[in-house]
Design a protein around this ligand. Structure first.
Ligand SMILES: Nc1nc2c(ncn2[C@@H]2O[C@H](COP(=O)(O)OP(=O)(O)OP(=O)(O)O)[C@@H](O)[C@H]2O)c(=O)[nH]1
Ligand SMILES: [Mg+2]
Length: 284
């Protein structure tokens, strides 16, 4: 299973049939419903079908149209040292797993990585994260369940002045819970005590299997936290992900990383070409 393979299975049949010729009303209907089932919003799906219709249906037009509408590439702001990244999102979307994958990514480049277990909310969270990064050459800083997550982060930053990368795992939170959103604000303020530049990234993790709920989560999270980018997880288990197009349209939040499995290496930078080629079904 590769990145966004699911997209391919959904779109391949429909789109490859349209070579050269105009779509019949039935094919248009089919394309629309397939876009919607891949979590493009209705308005976005309609707009895409319209554009494809106007420009003449061919795989090239489809690819071009989707590429024009895809979020652009904005690299992670990880070029200053140290780089501090927070991962936030609702429960179970893949924050902790993604932290471990990023820890692997940076440590394999020889960078000094500190993984911060600032999820002191859930009982097993600390064990899960420390276990995931156990084999990696990284420093792990955590705290007891129920302890102050801000204090854990403070200690991590204070005691690791020579580190290159700080990856901060946070508790899953419902964006509607004021107490939890306030805690996130506090964590961000703790990092700013060390530098106004921190955190360079606050990444909102979205589970692609949750579909358009991810879009709603993004709308809510931006009200409580300075979200700088998205991570789309679990693209191996679903064909969904169209909501990243709408999130870009409305909020201008770029997608930065895509995760496609449970292994530490199942992570890649977002590439519009890869996503669109998968959607258009042009390449393997
Ligand atoms: N198939 C698949 N599973 C994933 C992926 N990313 C995470 N998971 C699984 O999703 C589940 C939840 O992942 P976690 O990393 O614990 O999620 P979390 O956001 O930290 O959860 P909380 O801390 O409880 O809010 C785990 O079983 C992960 O193995 C992915 O890209 N693909
Ligand atoms: Mg977690």
């Amino acid at each position: 299973m590769g990145m966004l393979d699911g997209f391919k299975t959904i779109f391949q049949k429909t789109l490859l049939k349209v070579t050269g010729k105009a779509l019949t009303p039935e094919q248009e209907e089919e394309l629309l419903s397939r876009l919607i089932s891949a979590d493009f919003s209705l308005s976005k799906a309609r707009m895409l079908v319209e554009k494809i219709r106007n420009e003449g249906n061919s795989p090239d037009v489809v690819r071009k149209t989707l590429l024009e509408e895809a979020p652009p590439v904005e690299p992670l702001r990880d070029d200053s040292k140290p780089f501090v990244a927070f991962l936030v999102g609702v429960n179970g979307v893949g924050k902790t797993t993604t932290i471990a994958k990023m820890a692997h990514l940076y440590s394999s480049r020889g960078l000094r990585v500190v993984v911060v277990g600032a999820d002191t909310f859930r009982a097993a969270a600390q064990d899960q994260l420390s276990l995931l990064v156990e084999e990696l050459p990284v420093v792990y800083v955590g705290g007891e369940r129920g302890s102050d997550s801000g204090a854990v982060l403070f200690r991590a930053l204070e005691e690791n002045k020579d580190a290159d990368v700080f990856l901060v795992d946070t508790a899953g939170r419902i964006h509607t819970s004021k107490a939890l959103m306030d805690e996130l604000g506090k964590l961000i303020r703790v990092s700013k005590k060390f530098s106004a530049e921190y955190p360079q990234e606050v990444l909102l993790v979205l589970d692609s299997t949750q579909g358009l709920q991810g879009y709603r989560q993004a709308l809510s999270f931006v009200k409580g936290a300075p979200i700088t980018g998205l991570v789309l997880t679990k693209t191996d288990s679903t064909a969904k992900g169209g909501m990243i197009f709408s999130i870009w349209d409305e909020l201008r939040i770029p997608l930065k990383l895509v995760c496609f499995g449970q292994k530490l290496t199942d992570i890649d930078y977002y590439s519009p070409e890869k996503v669109v080629d998968s959607i258009a079904g042009a390449r393997d």
